[in-house]
Structures are given as structure tokens and as C-alpha cells.
Design a protein around this ligand. Sequence first.
Ligand code: IMP
Ligand code: MG
Length: 204
Amino acid sequence: MSFRFLAAIYTGDRKPNSRDTVCMSTMTYQGLDVLYSRQQIAERVAEMGAQITRDLNGEKLVMVGVLKGAAFFLVDLSRSIQADATFDFVAVSSYGQGQRSSGAVKVIKDLDQPIEGKNVLIVEDILDTGLTLAYLRKLFLQQHPKSLRIATLLDKPSRRIEKIDADYVGFSIPNLFVIGYGMDYAERYRNLPDICIMAPGQTA
Ligand code: IMP
Ligand code: MG
């Protein structure tokens, strides 16, 4: 099933910029409307990597990916960061098998290495209600990292429950359910190369 998507310009409480403009989707992939193409993602991720490199100022970095959704973003982002970087991963459960959050956050896989005294960058696919990142931030701060920053590819500010902002945001989007480039619906669609929109009730 394909559907036409029309949304107003969405900017949250920031000044609009070209990346915030979500207009009539013209591209489709396997019958799904494309919100951000693989090329748009690559360009934005490269910009984010350059910014993170500048902010690091020659220091080392530990990138902590939130499994599984952030996997694609982490590997692409890491190749745009010019620094001495290592990876770690955590897995949390906050979503069930659908489009709704259960509200509870639980660590399923913890960090492999201690982060005390390190520059840590949490890498997440989507900042939605903020429950996951607020929980992880609190957990990680207990280990006294030298610095703790957050990079998220997508941000849905209108959905926020916990007051939390990311230091690096790829794209700010309205309240849509998206799939692809690591993001799933009931564990499917992670391998779509573009970020696509899943309509309510749609299970293409
Ligand atoms: P939060 O705890 O509500 O901020 O959401 C955290 C997680 O929910 C994200 O990292 C995603 O894994 C998942 N999520 C939120 N919105 C979407 C979506 O539109 N598509 C796929 N996963 C989503
Ligand atoms: Mg995630």
C-alpha cells in the first residue's frame, strides 16, 4: 500500500532551516514513501561527523550505540569522525512489537568497558519520548565520564515526555512512525536503505 504524505513545515521551537521542511513525498521505495533518501542521510551524517570532530578538539572518543536501531547510523557516523574512536553498545527495551512505547526502560545489554574519565557519545536512532536517553544518561553519568554527549539521527520533539535534548540532531521530524536505515516496525524493515514513513495501520 502506498499513500501520499503531506505535512506542514515542522520546526519545533527553533528557527526553520532547509532540513526541517517535510513536504509532499515524491520518492517511494518498495511502495513506501521516502522521508529521507540514502543520499540525504549520507550528506547529513557527514556534516554531523565533521561537527563532532571539531568539538572533540583532538581528544579520544567512545561511541556508544543503542542497539539495534542505531547500528547503521553509528557505523556511518564513525567513518565521518576523524578521531581516535572506540565502540561500545548497549541494548535497552522500551518498545514492544508495535508503534507504542511501553514506557518502561530496561537494560538488556550493558557496556562492555568502563567509561570513567572518557569522552562518551551516545548514538541513537530516534529521540522520541526521551525515556530511553534520559535513563541512559543518568546511568552513564553515575560512572563519571569526562564528557557525555548525545547524537541522534532523528528527533521528534513533539513527543517528548522526559526533558532531554541531543547535542547533535540529524533531522527534526513531526510525529510520524518511520522505518529503515536501522529503524524497525516489529523488527522488520531495518535494512531499507532510505528512511521511509509507515502509515498508521500500514504493515507493508
Ligand atoms: P524514546 O525512549 O521514546 O525516546 O524512544 C526510543 C526508541 O523508540 C528509539 O530509539 C527507537 O528505537 C524507537 N522509536 C521511536 N520512534 C520510532 C519510529 O518512528 N520508528 C521506529 N522506532 C521508533
Ligand atoms: Mg533506538
